[in-house]
Write a protein that binds this ligand. Structure first.
Ligand code: ATP
Length: 360
C-alpha cells in the first residue's frame, strides 16, 4: 500500500507551538522507509499519526487513494511493533502470536497456518510452546514481530523495535528484517535514531530535525550528497570534518589559512557566485590523501583510535583545528608524529555558511 502525507501538521493541546508542520511525503508500496532523526524531532509523533493513535491537526493522510485522517486505528489495516514488546507472560509463544487472530474469530486452521508460517520465517518454530520468560530477549522481539506478521497487514509500523537488544543481536535482526521484508514485500515504516539501522535497511530514508524534514532519499545519497550541514553531520561515523573558510579566485582557503584546495571543475562552477564569501568545506574521514604535494598541509597525530580493519587518526593543525582521518588498519602511524595530508578533490562538500545548505 502507498502512504501519502500532504501538509501534515501536529499541535499537541498542551503545547504552544506545532510539533510537526508541512510534512509532505510519498511512501511507495513495498518501500522500507526509515524515519531517522535525533531524540525529540517528532518521529514517534509522525508514526503514531499514521497509526491512528495520535490525531492529525492539519493536512491529509492518504492510504492508496483514500483519505484516512478520521479512520479508527483498528480499521487501517496496519500492524505496529514497538520497542517494548509486551507479550502476555502467561501465554505460550504460539498463543501470543495467535491472539489478534483469535480475537477476530479467525478459523482455527487459518490461525495455525499463519502462526506456523510466521514462526518459520522468524526461525522460532521450536519455541512455539515456550512461555516468553523462557526465551531470550532477541527471541521475544521476534515473537513481537510474529504477532504483527500473522495479521498480514498492508503496512508495518515499527518504533525502535531493536533498541532493547545488544549490539550483536541488533546486527543480526537488521539482516533478518531485510530478509523478511524481501519475502513479504509489505510497506514498512520504521522509526529510529540509529543511522546504521537506517543506512543498512532502508530503501528510503527520511531524516528529520526539529519537526521538519531535512532530506528524503536513498541511503547512499545521504552519505554522498547531504543536502545541508545537519544531514552531513548526522550521517557517517566518524562525523564529517567541517572546515570554515572562504572562496578566493576559485580556490578554497580555510579561515586559519592552513588548508588550501583547488576544487575540481564541477565544484568550481557551483562555487562561481561564492568568490569572497564564507563557506564550509565538508570532507569525510576516509577521503584524505597522505604525502607531500603542492596543496598538502601538516598536522600532528594527537590520538589514534584502532578499529581493526581501519584506524582513525585525530590530527591537530597548528591553529588548533582538529580533523579525523581514517586510514587502513595496517598503515603505521605513531602518536605525536607530524605528517602531510591532502584532500581528495572529488570528495568535497561545500555548504553556504549562512544558510548551511549544500552548494555543489
Ligand atoms: P524519541 O526518539 O526521543 O522518541 P521522537 O523523535 O520520537 O523522540 P516525539 O516523541 O515525536 O519525538 O516528540 C516530539 C516532540 O513532541 C517532543 O518535544 C515531545 O516532548 C512532544 N510530545 C510528544 N508527545 C507529546 C504529548 N502527548 N503531549 C505534548 N507533547 C508531546
Amino acid at each position: 500500500m502507498k502512504v501519502t502525507l500532504k501538509n501534515i501538521g501536529k499541535k499537541y493541546e498542551s503545547r504552544e507551538e506545532f510539533t510537526l508542520r508541512n510534512i509532505n511525503l510519498e511512501i511507495d508500496d513495498k518501500d522500507f522507509c526509515v524515519i531517522l532523526g535525533p531524540s525529540g524531532c517528532g518521529k514517534t509523533t509522525l508514526l503514531r499519526m499514521i497509526a491512528g493513535l495520535n490525531s492529525i491537526t492539519e493536512g491529509d493522510l492518504i492510504f492508496d487513494d483514500k483519505r484516512v485522517n478520521k479512520l479508527a486505528s483498528k480499521d487501517r489495516d496496519i500492524a505496529m511493533v514497538f520497542q517494548s514488546y509486551a507479550l502476555y507472560p502467561h501465554m505460550t509463544v504460539y498463543d501470543n502470536m495467535a491472539f489478534s487472530l483469535s480475537m477476530r474469530k479467525e478459523r482455527k486452521n487459518i490461525i495455525n497456518e499463519r502462526v506456523t508460517e510466521a514462526a518459520k520465517l522468524l526461525q522460532i518454530e521450536q519455541y512455539l510452546q515456550s512461555k516468553p520468560s523462557d526465551i531470550s530477549g532477541g527471541q521475544r522481539q521476534r515473537v513481537a514481530l510474529g504477532r504483527a506478521i500473522v495479521r498480514k497487514p498492508k503496512v508495518f509500523l515499527m518504533d525502535e523495535p531493536l533498541s532493547n537488544l545488544d549490539a550483536k543481536l541488533r546486527e543480526h535482526m537488521r539482516i533478518e528484517l531485510v530478509r523478511i521484508h524481501k519475502q513479504m514485500e509489505t510497506t514498512t515504516i520504521y522509526v529510529t535514531h540509529d543511522q546504521v539501522e537506517a543506512m543498512t535497511m532502508a530503501t528510503k530514508i527520511i531524516l528529520m530535525n526539529d519537526g521538519k524534514i531535512q532530506q528524503v532519499g536513498k541511503p547512499t545519497e545521504f552519505y554522498e550528497r547531504p543536502q545541508n550541514m545537519f544531514v552531513a553531520r548526522f550521517i557517517g561515523s566518524p562525523t564529517i570534518n567541517m572546515i570554515r573558510g572562504k572562496v578566493k579566485d576559485g580556490k578554497f582557503i580555510s579561515e586559519d589559512g592552513i588548508i588550501k584546495v583547488t576544487p575540481n571543475e564541477i565544484d568550481k562552477k557551483a562555487l562561481k557566485n561564492y568568490d569572497g564569501k564564507d563557506v564550509f568545506l565538508g570532507i569525510r574521514s576516509e577521503r584524505f590523501l597522505s604525502g607531500k604535494t603542492e596543496e598538502s598541509f601538516e598536522g600532528i597525530i594527537d590520538v589514534i583510535e584502532v578499529l581493526g580493519k581501519e584506524k582513525t587518526l585525530f590530527v591537530k593543525l597548528k591553529s588548533g583545528k582538529d580533523l579525523n582521518i581514517t586510514v587502513p588498519g595496517h598503515y603505521k602511524y605513531e602518536m605525536g608524529e607530524s605528517h602531510n595530508f591532502g584532500l581528495d578533490v572529488d570528495a568535497l562538500h561545500f555548504f553556504d555558511a549562512e544558510t548551511q545548505e549544500r552548494i555543489n
